[in-house]
Ligand binder design. Sequence first.
Ligand code: LLP
Length: 438
Amino acid sequence: MFLTGTMQINTQGHLEIGGIDALQLVEKFGTPLWVIDEEGFRRNCRRFKEAFSSWGDVLVAYAGKSLSNVAICKIVAQEGLGLDVVSGGELYTALQAEFPPERIIFHGNNKDQEEIRMALQVGVGRIVVDNFHELDLLNSIAGEMRCRADIMLRVTPGVEAHTHEYIQTGQIDTKFGFTLPDGQALEGVGAALNSPNLNLTGLHCHIGSQIFDMDSFRHATNLMMEFTAQIQEKTGHEMADLDIGGGFGIYYAEGDKPTYPEEWAEAVMTTVQEKARLYGLRVPRVIIEPGRAISGPAGITLYTVGSFKEVTGVRKYVAVDGGMADNIRLALYNAEYSALLANKADQPPAEIVSVAGKCCESGDMLIWDIELPQVEPGDILAVFATGAYNYAMSSNYNRLPRPAMVLVNQGSADLILKRETYADIIRNDMVPERLRNE
Ligand code: LLP
């Protein structure tokens, strides 16, 4: 199940990805190494696009927060998707990739003036307004810049998705969006309609991430359509867009049962269409923002195994040359991962080990209790589904240089992110004159 895209075990019994033996990648680029399967990534883009487009007018906007750099934005642009960005940095990256600005959706709960100016200047397709402060700020900056901003309002529908509480966002007690049940969202709509420099095109919601349960999506879509009807009835304003966010869950480890894009599409689109009929509304353009489901399964991380520690009667720790600095998801969310030894991919399991990183912190673990063939120093561990929220959340904790990232496709491998060097680590360090030696 964790072998997706072009991943397979080759005749030498090694893991292969993008038509290349993982061991060759390691030889050429070193470890830790993030590897992105271009074909797998593109297939995931197409699958969402095709599944949803078969139901009507849909924009699939890839959520760049899951994995973004210039090469990735180029691929997303080539696949004809839109792009959800959440900061000036993500917007800048997209623009460097010549991503068509009209297909960009700009999110964020605290966009600053500079970010807002940048978004208006380049003409992003939609700005998703998160709160009253931003409504005012955007209206006045758009006024100064003599333009009218196309906006959607982010609504918090009060849907509790079944996922880790840190990645739930649709419930009431969250920093994001205008709350629906207490009338704040309706007030926000009123304020938006009274803002001369804003053009309210639609509503947005995002209920959380790594969600398997289609009912939470149906429920949120229902509430948003009801609200759309309420707005039209109360104000006469017709909503052209309905953005239901991202959050589509993927397979990480046993027990994860992902729903296919076709099933999501059916659940969301039939709900939209039924409710439009029921309330006599025009069917809005639907926007979805999958991040993890596109980038996650397309990425693996290769590590070299180093030291071991056996805690008698408890467990065996196996340490690799990366850890929480390149994948903080276990430490943060208790995330689970699948892995294999790339150089022993055809060998049966022989022991249960726990995979630790090399950071100075007990919580620096990558996987608890995984069955692997006999693990030895020098083995190459491949961790699956690390394309999303690994590089994106990486750090230089312990002053570890960030790994390189390669894009593999049909037997070729190209760097899309250089490995950081020690010189990169101190690049922005400054030493005040008074600390300098005579
Ligand atoms: N749209 C909005 C407004 C979002 O806030 C997010 C994710 C997405 C789309 C994309 O969600 P996805 O399809 O990737 O699940 N760092 C966490 C995930 C945080 C997600 C934040 N928002 C993790 O590593 O699991």
